[in-house]
Design a protein around this ligand. Structure first.
Ligand code: HPA
Ligand code: ZN
Length: 324
Protein backbone atom coordinates (compact mmCIF):
# COMPACT_ATOMS: atom_id res chain seq x y z
CA UNK A 1 0.00 0.00 0.00
CA UNK A 2 2.84 2.41 0.85
CA UNK A 3 4.29 1.98 -2.64
CA UNK A 4 0.91 2.57 -4.26
CA UNK A 5 0.24 5.73 -2.22
CA UNK A 6 3.67 7.22 -2.82
CA UNK A 7 3.50 6.49 -6.56
CA UNK A 8 -0.06 7.79 -6.91
CA UNK A 9 -0.08 11.23 -8.57
CA UNK A 10 -1.58 13.65 -6.06
CA UNK A 11 -3.10 17.12 -6.16
CA UNK A 12 -3.07 19.24 -3.01
CA UNK A 13 -5.80 21.86 -2.51
CA UNK A 14 -5.49 22.77 1.17
CA UNK A 15 -2.01 23.75 2.27
CA UNK A 16 -0.95 26.79 4.29
CA UNK A 17 2.56 27.69 3.25
CA UNK A 18 3.33 29.02 6.74
CA UNK A 19 2.29 25.58 8.01
CA UNK A 20 5.18 23.94 6.14
CA UNK A 21 7.76 25.67 8.34
CA UNK A 22 9.78 22.77 9.75
CA UNK A 23 11.48 23.35 13.12
CA UNK A 24 14.95 23.12 11.48
CA UNK A 25 14.19 26.02 9.12
CA UNK A 26 12.45 27.89 11.96
CA UNK A 27 15.67 27.73 13.97
CA UNK A 28 17.91 28.64 11.04
CA UNK A 29 15.78 31.68 10.15
CA UNK A 30 15.47 32.79 13.79
CA UNK A 31 19.23 32.75 14.10
CA UNK A 32 19.82 34.53 10.79
CA UNK A 33 17.23 37.20 11.56
CA UNK A 34 18.18 37.66 15.24
CA UNK A 35 14.83 36.52 16.59
CA UNK A 36 14.54 34.83 19.99
CA UNK A 37 12.48 31.63 20.07
CA UNK A 38 10.89 30.28 23.27
CA UNK A 39 12.53 26.87 22.64
CA UNK A 40 16.12 25.76 23.02
CA UNK A 41 16.16 22.97 20.44
CA UNK A 42 14.44 21.53 17.39
CA UNK A 43 13.29 18.62 19.58
CA UNK A 44 11.71 21.07 22.05
CA UNK A 45 9.73 22.67 19.21
CA UNK A 46 8.43 19.29 18.08
CA UNK A 47 7.57 18.35 21.66
CA UNK A 48 5.46 21.52 21.94
CA UNK A 49 3.21 20.38 19.08
CA UNK A 50 0.48 18.86 21.20
CA UNK A 51 -2.79 20.65 20.59
CA UNK A 52 -6.18 20.70 22.33
CA UNK A 53 -8.05 22.50 19.56
CA UNK A 54 -7.63 24.88 16.61
CA UNK A 55 -6.78 27.92 18.75
CA UNK A 56 -3.97 26.19 20.65
CA UNK A 57 -2.40 25.36 17.28
CA UNK A 58 -2.93 28.84 15.82
CA UNK A 59 -1.08 30.44 18.76
CA UNK A 60 2.09 28.46 17.92
CA UNK A 61 1.61 28.78 14.15
CA UNK A 62 1.50 32.60 14.25
CA UNK A 63 4.46 32.67 16.60
CA UNK A 64 6.50 30.39 14.32
CA UNK A 65 5.70 32.50 11.24
CA UNK A 66 7.42 35.50 12.84
CA UNK A 67 10.85 34.15 11.84
CA UNK A 68 9.98 34.85 8.17
CA UNK A 69 11.32 38.32 7.38
CA UNK A 70 12.88 38.58 3.90
CA UNK A 71 11.86 37.75 0.34
CA UNK A 72 14.47 34.97 0.39
CA UNK A 73 12.93 33.52 3.58
CA UNK A 74 9.55 33.18 1.82
CA UNK A 75 11.31 31.71 -1.20
CA UNK A 76 13.19 29.14 0.89
CA UNK A 77 10.04 28.14 2.79
CA UNK A 78 8.06 27.65 -0.41
CA UNK A 79 10.79 25.90 -2.37
CA UNK A 80 11.38 23.43 0.51
CA UNK A 81 7.68 22.51 0.33
CA UNK A 82 7.87 22.06 -3.45
CA UNK A 83 10.87 19.73 -3.10
CA UNK A 84 8.72 17.68 -0.75
CA UNK A 85 5.92 17.70 -3.34
CA UNK A 86 8.35 16.35 -5.92
CA UNK A 87 9.41 13.54 -3.57
CA UNK A 88 5.78 12.64 -2.87
CA UNK A 89 4.42 12.80 -6.42
CA UNK A 90 2.30 15.88 -5.83
CA UNK A 91 1.88 17.15 -9.39
CA UNK A 92 -0.22 20.23 -8.71
CA UNK A 93 -0.71 22.30 -5.56
CA UNK A 94 -2.92 25.25 -4.60
CA UNK A 95 -1.28 27.10 -1.75
CA UNK A 96 -2.75 29.42 0.89
CA UNK A 97 -0.78 32.31 2.31
CA UNK A 98 -1.76 34.62 5.17
CA UNK A 99 -0.38 38.09 4.30
CA UNK A 100 -1.82 39.72 7.46
CA UNK A 101 0.35 37.51 9.69
CA UNK A 102 3.33 39.28 8.15
CA UNK A 103 2.10 42.78 7.26
CA UNK A 104 0.89 43.22 10.86
CA UNK A 105 4.51 43.03 12.02
CA UNK A 106 5.85 45.38 9.36
CA UNK A 107 6.78 43.01 6.50
CA UNK A 108 5.67 44.40 3.13
CA UNK A 109 2.99 42.51 1.19
CA UNK A 110 5.37 42.66 -1.81
CA UNK A 111 8.12 40.87 0.13
CA UNK A 112 5.80 38.01 1.03
CA UNK A 113 4.23 37.47 -2.36
CA UNK A 114 7.43 37.99 -4.35
CA UNK A 115 9.31 35.28 -2.44
CA UNK A 116 6.45 32.79 -2.66
CA UNK A 117 5.78 33.52 -6.31
CA UNK A 118 9.43 33.26 -7.36
CA UNK A 119 9.62 29.82 -5.71
CA UNK A 120 6.41 28.69 -7.44
CA UNK A 121 7.81 29.79 -10.81
CA UNK A 122 11.03 27.87 -10.14
CA UNK A 123 8.97 24.89 -8.97
CA UNK A 124 7.19 24.83 -12.29
CA UNK A 125 10.35 25.33 -14.38
CA UNK A 126 12.75 23.06 -12.47
CA UNK A 127 10.49 20.49 -10.80
CA UNK A 128 7.53 20.40 -13.18
CA UNK A 129 5.03 21.13 -10.39
CA UNK A 130 2.14 23.39 -11.36
CA UNK A 131 0.56 25.62 -8.74
CA UNK A 132 -1.88 28.38 -7.86
CA UNK A 133 -1.86 30.85 -5.00
CA UNK A 134 -4.85 31.60 -2.71
CA UNK A 135 -4.74 34.59 -0.38
CA UNK A 136 -6.49 34.04 2.95
CA UNK A 137 -8.03 36.70 5.17
CA UNK A 138 -7.54 36.10 8.90
CA UNK A 139 -11.10 35.85 10.20
CA UNK A 140 -10.20 36.88 13.78
CA UNK A 141 -9.26 40.32 12.37
CA UNK A 142 -11.75 42.94 11.15
CA UNK A 143 -13.56 43.24 7.87
CA UNK A 144 -11.77 46.58 7.31
CA UNK A 145 -8.41 44.86 7.69
CA UNK A 146 -9.50 42.27 5.10
CA UNK A 147 -10.54 45.05 2.70
CA UNK A 148 -7.15 46.73 3.11
CA UNK A 149 -5.46 43.38 2.37
CA UNK A 150 -7.61 42.91 -0.73
CA UNK A 151 -6.50 46.32 -1.98
CA UNK A 152 -2.87 45.29 -1.63
CA UNK A 153 -3.61 42.06 -3.50
CA UNK A 154 -5.10 43.92 -6.45
CA UNK A 155 -1.57 45.01 -7.41
CA UNK A 156 -0.66 41.31 -7.69
CA UNK A 157 -3.85 40.07 -9.30
CA UNK A 158 -1.88 38.09 -11.90
CA UNK A 159 -0.32 35.93 -9.13
CA UNK A 160 -3.44 35.11 -7.08
CA UNK A 161 -6.33 32.96 -8.29
CA UNK A 162 -8.66 33.08 -5.29
CA UNK A 163 -9.25 34.48 -1.83
CA UNK A 164 -9.96 32.32 1.22
CA UNK A 165 -10.82 32.60 4.90
CA UNK A 166 -8.85 30.96 7.71
CA UNK A 167 -7.92 31.25 11.41
CA UNK A 168 -10.39 31.00 14.34
CA UNK A 169 -13.77 29.80 13.11
CA UNK A 170 -15.56 30.10 16.47
CA UNK A 171 -17.04 33.59 16.79
CA UNK A 172 -16.03 34.63 13.27
CA UNK A 173 -18.66 33.25 10.87
CA UNK A 174 -18.61 33.68 7.08
CA UNK A 175 -21.20 36.48 7.11
CA UNK A 176 -18.62 38.79 8.76
CA UNK A 177 -16.79 38.79 5.41
CA UNK A 178 -19.69 38.91 2.97
CA UNK A 179 -18.82 42.38 1.61
CA UNK A 180 -15.08 41.83 1.15
CA UNK A 181 -15.77 38.54 -0.63
CA UNK A 182 -18.17 40.35 -2.95
CA UNK A 183 -15.48 42.93 -3.67
CA UNK A 184 -13.02 40.11 -4.34
CA UNK A 185 -15.40 38.37 -6.76
CA UNK A 186 -16.07 41.67 -8.53
CA UNK A 187 -12.30 42.01 -8.98
CA UNK A 188 -12.22 38.56 -10.61
CA UNK A 189 -11.00 36.33 -7.79
CA UNK A 190 -12.51 32.91 -7.14
CA UNK A 191 -13.43 32.22 -3.51
CA UNK A 192 -12.98 29.43 -0.96
CA UNK A 193 -13.43 29.38 2.84
CA UNK A 194 -12.60 27.26 5.86
CA UNK A 195 -15.99 26.25 7.28
CA UNK A 196 -17.34 23.39 9.36
CA UNK A 197 -13.90 22.52 10.79
CA UNK A 198 -14.86 23.30 14.40
CA UNK A 199 -17.90 25.41 13.55
CA UNK A 200 -21.46 24.28 12.80
CA UNK A 201 -22.96 23.25 9.44
CA UNK A 202 -24.55 26.73 9.12
CA UNK A 203 -21.06 28.08 8.45
CA UNK A 204 -20.81 25.75 5.45
CA UNK A 205 -24.24 26.82 4.19
CA UNK A 206 -23.38 30.52 4.62
CA UNK A 207 -19.99 30.15 2.97
CA UNK A 208 -21.75 28.66 -0.06
CA UNK A 209 -24.69 31.06 -0.15
CA UNK A 210 -23.10 34.33 0.99
CA UNK A 211 -19.45 33.97 0.00
CA UNK A 212 -20.21 31.96 -3.17
CA UNK A 213 -17.27 29.62 -2.64
CA UNK A 214 -16.04 27.12 -5.22
CA UNK A 215 -14.86 24.74 -2.48
CA UNK A 216 -15.24 24.32 1.27
CA UNK A 217 -12.02 23.89 3.24
CA UNK A 218 -12.49 21.12 5.83
CA UNK A 219 -16.32 21.01 5.96
CA UNK A 220 -16.30 17.77 7.93
CA UNK A 221 -18.98 18.95 10.34
CA UNK A 222 -21.48 18.80 7.47
CA UNK A 223 -22.47 15.35 8.79
CA UNK A 224 -24.31 17.11 11.65
CA UNK A 225 -26.90 18.02 8.96
CA UNK A 226 -27.95 15.15 6.70
CA UNK A 227 -29.80 17.47 4.31
CA UNK A 228 -26.59 19.48 3.82
CA UNK A 229 -24.63 16.31 3.02
CA UNK A 230 -27.18 15.45 0.31
CA UNK A 231 -26.94 18.99 -1.05
CA UNK A 232 -23.11 18.92 -1.12
CA UNK A 233 -23.24 15.65 -3.07
CA UNK A 234 -25.95 16.86 -5.46
CA UNK A 235 -24.13 20.12 -6.26
CA UNK A 236 -20.64 18.59 -6.48
CA UNK A 237 -19.31 20.96 -3.86
CA UNK A 238 -15.76 19.84 -3.09
CA UNK A 239 -14.48 19.50 0.48
CA UNK A 240 -10.74 19.82 1.07
CA UNK A 241 -10.40 17.44 4.00
CA UNK A 242 -7.24 17.20 6.12
CA UNK A 243 -7.20 13.94 8.12
CA UNK A 244 -4.05 14.38 10.25
CA UNK A 245 -5.00 17.99 11.01
CA UNK A 246 -8.43 16.86 12.20
CA UNK A 247 -7.07 14.31 14.66
CA UNK A 248 -4.22 16.60 15.85
CA UNK A 249 -6.73 19.39 16.57
CA UNK A 250 -9.22 16.93 18.09
CA UNK A 251 -11.99 17.53 15.57
CA UNK A 252 -12.12 13.70 15.69
CA UNK A 253 -10.83 11.85 18.74
CA UNK A 254 -9.28 9.09 16.63
CA UNK A 255 -8.74 8.47 12.90
CA UNK A 256 -11.24 5.61 13.10
CA UNK A 257 -13.88 8.25 13.93
CA UNK A 258 -13.12 10.28 10.79
CA UNK A 259 -16.04 10.73 8.37
CA UNK A 260 -14.17 11.10 5.06
CA UNK A 261 -15.02 7.57 3.87
CA UNK A 262 -18.67 7.99 4.89
CA UNK A 263 -18.73 11.20 2.81
CA UNK A 264 -17.04 9.47 -0.13
CA UNK A 265 -19.70 6.72 0.06
CA UNK A 266 -22.43 9.37 0.03
CA UNK A 267 -21.05 10.86 -3.19
CA UNK A 268 -19.52 14.02 -1.72
CA UNK A 269 -16.48 15.27 -3.65
CA UNK A 270 -13.97 14.83 -0.83
CA UNK A 271 -10.21 15.28 -1.28
CA UNK A 272 -7.21 14.53 0.98
CA UNK A 273 -4.81 17.33 1.95
CA UNK A 274 -2.13 18.13 4.52
CA UNK A 275 -3.15 21.61 5.86
CA UNK A 276 -0.09 22.44 8.03
CA UNK A 277 2.15 19.41 7.58
CA UNK A 278 5.09 20.64 9.68
CA UNK A 279 2.77 20.96 12.67
CA UNK A 280 0.48 17.97 12.16
CA UNK A 281 3.04 15.25 11.52
CA UNK A 282 2.79 14.54 7.82
CA UNK A 283 2.59 15.62 4.21
CA UNK A 284 0.32 14.18 1.51
CA UNK A 285 1.54 10.57 1.60
CA UNK A 286 1.13 10.39 5.38
CA UNK A 287 -2.43 11.73 5.11
CA UNK A 288 -3.31 9.22 2.38
CA UNK A 289 -1.71 6.39 4.37
CA UNK A 290 -3.63 7.32 7.53
CA UNK A 291 -6.93 6.93 5.68
CA UNK A 292 -5.84 3.91 3.62
CA UNK A 293 -4.73 1.91 6.65
CA UNK A 294 -7.46 2.99 9.10
CA UNK A 295 -10.26 2.17 6.65
CA UNK A 296 -8.53 -0.57 4.68
CA UNK A 297 -9.39 1.16 1.40
CA UNK A 298 -8.70 -0.56 -1.92
CA UNK A 299 -6.48 1.22 -4.45
CA UNK A 300 -9.37 2.23 -6.72
CA UNK A 301 -11.07 4.14 -3.94
CA UNK A 302 -7.85 5.87 -2.90
CA UNK A 303 -7.32 6.99 -6.50
CA UNK A 304 -10.79 8.57 -6.34
CA UNK A 305 -9.38 11.20 -3.98
CA UNK A 306 -6.94 12.26 -6.70
CA UNK A 307 -9.67 12.28 -9.36
CA UNK A 308 -11.83 14.42 -7.07
CA UNK A 309 -8.93 16.81 -6.45
CA UNK A 310 -8.27 17.22 -10.18
CA UNK A 311 -11.95 18.08 -10.73
CA UNK A 312 -12.04 20.43 -7.73
CA UNK A 313 -8.81 22.25 -8.69
CA UNK A 314 -8.53 25.64 -10.37
CA UNK A 315 -6.65 24.12 -13.32
CA UNK A 316 -8.22 24.99 -16.68
CA UNK A 317 -10.44 22.37 -18.31
CA UNK A 318 -7.93 21.38 -21.02
CA UNK A 319 -5.20 20.74 -18.47
CA UNK A 320 -7.67 18.86 -16.24
CA UNK A 321 -8.56 16.52 -19.10
CA UNK A 322 -4.83 15.81 -19.58
CA UNK A 323 -4.38 14.92 -15.91
CA UNK A 324 -7.29 12.49 -15.82
N1 HPA B 1 -7.94 26.19 10.18
C1 HPA B 1 -8.03 27.51 10.32
N2 HPA B 1 -7.01 28.31 10.14
C2 HPA B 1 -5.83 27.78 9.81
C3 HPA B 1 -5.69 26.42 9.64
C4 HPA B 1 -6.81 25.59 9.84
O1 HPA B 1 -6.79 24.34 9.70
N3 HPA B 1 -4.38 26.23 9.31
C5 HPA B 1 -3.79 27.43 9.25
N4 HPA B 1 -4.66 28.38 9.55
ZN1 ZN C 1 -6.47 25.03 6.74
Amino acid sequence: MKGFVSGLPKVELHLHIEGTLEPELMFALAQKNGIALPYDSVEAVRAAYEFDDLQSFLDLYYQGAQVLRTEQDFYDLTYAYLLRCKEEHVIHTEIFFDPQTHTDTGIAFDTVISGIHRALSDGEAKLGISSQLIMCFLRHLSEDAAIETLQQALLHKDKIIAVGLDSSEQGHPPEKFQRVFEMARDAGFLTVAHAGEEGPPENIINAIELLKVSRIDHGVRCTDDSHLVEQLAATNMPLTVCPLSNTKLKVFSDMSEHNIVELLDKGVQVTINSDDPAYFGGYMNANFMAIATTFDLPKQRLAQFTRNAIDASFIDEVAKAKLH
